[in-house]
Design a protein around this ligand. Structure first.
Ligand code: NAP
Ligand code: F7E
Length: 342
């Protein structure tokens, strides 16, 4: 019997980590994920694929660790011996990165460096090739220097988060060129889903719509409604991560839909879907403004289309509808069992 391919995922409990795990398990990988110790359960996005470790055929394994803890990362690498590593772990909230810049940079920038150093040593010592995916972000384009943004567009980061992502991007490229690592940067534009964190604007809106419909919320407080984002569907985007690591040569790719929409357009589609007018519910709260804003993002993913054969499968309107529908359903189910969702 041939050995299963082993993949290691940092950030397995996040939106992308959970979809990527499902995707790799479907492809018959043995999946290993790093989770943070927390005083309450933090595995809700992967509970449905969790497997009892006593089962001899188990193919999903969880390891305690943290991107700020290089010793543990090295130990996990030695134990797991993965052939693919997906670095998705991050303090990923842009607004929060202004409040906690040091922690954000330690996780996002130094975390990537710790992984790259561990892989470099492991590969040198064992001769086993480890393919590395770095979760880069359209936030790196920041104050955009070109419209639409592509792989060659200069970066102009506007937050501690995006400065840290730029560092991780260049280190990934640098390790590829210096040590011949198979290391790829994905430059992913915003991607959303029913599993999106509740404090990102899309999910904050769709969750509020569901709660307003259910009579559990009266107002929705938001910040800047004029910024524009290129929003895609997270399931499509994790497929692109895997595709990058299956190529003959490592490279960097923009993953996007090539459409841009404002927060107001998102509100319009989400509220209209349940026959409500968003202007009746949305209030401004300056606490959600950022010291520096990214006004416009729109990606050109021609390279990914041509070289990977990747393209998005869900339209903007379909994405908004599926998120609203999912939040309405989740709220109905939680009310039925009285799970204390509120
Ligand atoms: P997410 O839902 O916020 O998940 C982040 C993951 O990182 C969670 O599993 C989290 O663990 C983990 N994490 C946080 N701090 C950590 C630390 N110090 N050590 C180890 N793990 C840590 O993010 P996502 O939306 O899935 O995004 C995945 C990656 O892609 C992130 O690197 C993000 O910056 C990047 N990205 C996202 C987008 C997007 O639109 N979603 C676009 C471009 C790039 P807990 O569950 O315990 O908090
Ligand atoms: O903000 C505006 C806010 O926090 C989008 C992360 O996954 O994508 C994400 O970063 C826009 C901004 O996402 C609220 O000012 C208004 O202009 O949903 P967001 P983001 O900052 O684009 C990138 C690609 C990543 O890499 C990140 O990890 O919406 N906005 N009012 C608001 N945003 C939030 N969160 N909350 C509000 O109340």
């Amino acid at each position: 019997m041939t050995e299963k391919k082993r993949a290691l995922i940092t950030g397995i409990t996040g939106q992308d980590g959970s979809y990527l795990s499902e995707f790799l398990l479907d492809k018959d990988y043995e999946v290993h994920g790093i989770i943070r110790r927390s005083s309450s359960f933090n595995t809700s996005r992967i509970d449905h694929i969790y497997q009892d470790p006593h089962n001899p055929h188990v193919s999903l394994f969880l390891h305690y660790g943290d991107l700020t803890d290089g010793t543990t990362i090295r130990r996990i690498l030695e134990e797991v011996r993965p052939v693919e590593i997906y670095n998705l772990g991050a303090q990923s909230h842009v607004r929060v990165s202004f409040d906690s810049p040091e922690y954000t940079v330690d996780t996002v920038a130094m975390g990537a460096l710790r992984l790259l150093e561990a892989i470099r040593d492991y590969q040198y010592r064992t001769g086993i090739e480890v393919r590395f995916y770095q979760a880069g972000s359209s936030e790196m384009f920041g104050k955009v220097q070109e419209v639409p943004q592509k792989e060659t567009t200069p970066f102009y980061p506007r937050s501690p988060y995006s400065c840290a992502k730029v560092y991780a991007h260049w280190q990934t490229l640098n390790y590829r060129e210096s040590y011949n690592l198979f290391a790829c940067n994905g430059i992913l534009f915003n991607h959303e889903s029913p599993r999106r964190g509740e404090t990102f604007v899309t999910r904050k809106i769709t969750r509020a719509v569901a709660r307003i419909v259910a009579g559990k919320q009266k107002k929705l407080y938001l910040g800047n409604l004029d910024s524009k984002r290129d929003w895609g569907y997270a399931k499509d985007y994790v497929r692109a991560m895997w595709m990058m690591l299956q190529q003959e040569q490592p490279d960097d790719y923009v993953i996007a839909t090539n459409e841009t929409h404002s927060i107001k357009e998102f509100l319009e589609i989400a509220f209209t879907h349940v026959n409500l007018n968003w202007q009746d519910y949305v209030e401004f709260d300056p606490r959600y403004l950022r010291p520096a804003e990214v006004d416009l993002l729109i990606g050109d993913c021609t390279k990914a289309k041509e070289k990977l054969g990747w393209q998005p499968s869900v339209t903007f309107t379909e994405l908004v509808h599926l998120m609203v529908d999912s939040d309405i359903k989740a709220l109905e189910q939680s009310s039925m069992v009285g799970s204390g969702f509120d």
